[in-house]
Design a protein around this ligand. Structure first.
Ligand code: SF4
Ligand code: SF4
Length: 305
């Protein structure tokens, strides 16, 4: 039975494709965007979350850890994430009766995921919805994703895949027939800018986008994250506009920056480094960018507007 690592399954979602949807979040992403609102999505392995607001600093988790990865600090416990082996027992989580510790990410069989997806079939039928596979980067678990997509198709459930496009072309080509909609992130056309923003070049992102534009443009909606100071300048927007016009991919969703994930970083022992900080954009602040892309013939929707 094919298995994969999942960090969340959200029911009744309405922002990740048409209609009412179940969104399955697969864990692990090859990119590392500073504005990512799901820091728990990036590492492919299960992780420990420590919610400081719930922690009573009782120290109960310290002796529980077989790897000596939990130490006492001034006030709250200190977690050495390099020493944490994500042990099978999650002993620290068991020892915490305050609910301050949790395991994020679990191995699931395709059967278990499909049971959750199919539970909401009635809602899909009535709303034109279906299943969305998101992440992290769902294409980073191609066998698991492929089985889920095939089983959705067999069950008559339509599918969407939210992707950054950084995957082998063979993977995208093999899975494309089972996908009804690609929600395809495009952050930058310039490869050096893309590398600076995400830690990766965009050769695969662009070659996969070109291939999908040739084979099935009707299946692609491009999503552009609008991050102040990083992606929202005229040079970047015009480069995106020219490319998408050339490819005939005219349907675009602009995603105004929000800082909703900012507070999660500390719970995973990480710092939030996005220079935009806490200054979320209101949807109307994305209008000038939408107009700029519109000059290239693109039809832009603004998320949340
Ligand atoms: S998950 Fe296991 S190894 Fe990691 S900190 Fe908790 S008890 Fe220690
Ligand atoms: S056991 Fe829970 S409440 Fe006590 S120090 Fe550890 S995380 Fe905090």
């Amino acid at each position: 039975m094919t298995q994969g690592t999942v960090f969340d399954i959200e029911h009744y979602a309405v922002h990740d494709g048409p209609g009412i949807r179940t969104v399955v979040f697969l864990k692990g992403c090859p990119l590392s965007c500073s504005w990512c609102c799901n820091p728990e999505s990036q590492d492919p392995r299960p992780e420990l979350r420590h919610t400081a607001a719930r922690c009573r600093s009782c120290g109960g988790c310290v002796p529980a850890c077989p790897a000596s990865a939990v130490g006492t600090g001034p006030g709250a416990p200190r977690f050495d994430r390099t020493a944490c082996s994500a042990c099978d027992s999650w002993a620290c989580v068991q020892a915490c009766d305050a609910g301050a510790l949790a395991r994020v990410g679990e191995r699931m069989t395709a059967d278990a995921v499909m049971a959750r997806v199919l539970a909401d079939r009635e809602f899909y039928a009535n709303s034109g919805g279906g299943a969305t596979f998101s992440g992290g980067e769902p294409l980073a678990q191609p066998e698991f994703l492929g089985e889920l997509l095939r089983r959705c198709r067999e069950a008559g459930v339509t599918t969407a895949v939210e992707t950054c496009g950084h995957a082998p072309e063979t993977v995208v080509g093999a899975l494309e027939p089972w996908v009804d909609l690609f929600l395809y992130d495009l952050k930058a056309v310039d490869p050096e800018r893309h590398r600076a923003l995400t830690g990766c070049g965009n050769e695969r992102v662009l070659s996969n986008l070109r291939a999908l534009a040739r084979r099935c443009p009707e299946k692609v909606t491009v999503r552009v994250p609008l991050v102040p100071g990083l992606t929202d300048d005229a040079t970047n927007l015009d480069a995106i506009g020219r490319l998408l016009a050339e490819l005939g991919l005219l349907r675009v969703e602009l995603e105004p920056y929000h800082a909703l994930g900012m507070d999660k970083y500390a719970a995973f022992g990480r710092a939030y480094t996005c220079p935009a900080g806490a200054a979320s954009l209101a949807p109307e602040e994305a209008r000038p960018a939408a107009e700029r892309l519109g000059r290239h013939g693109l039809v832009c929707e603004i998320a949340g507007a």
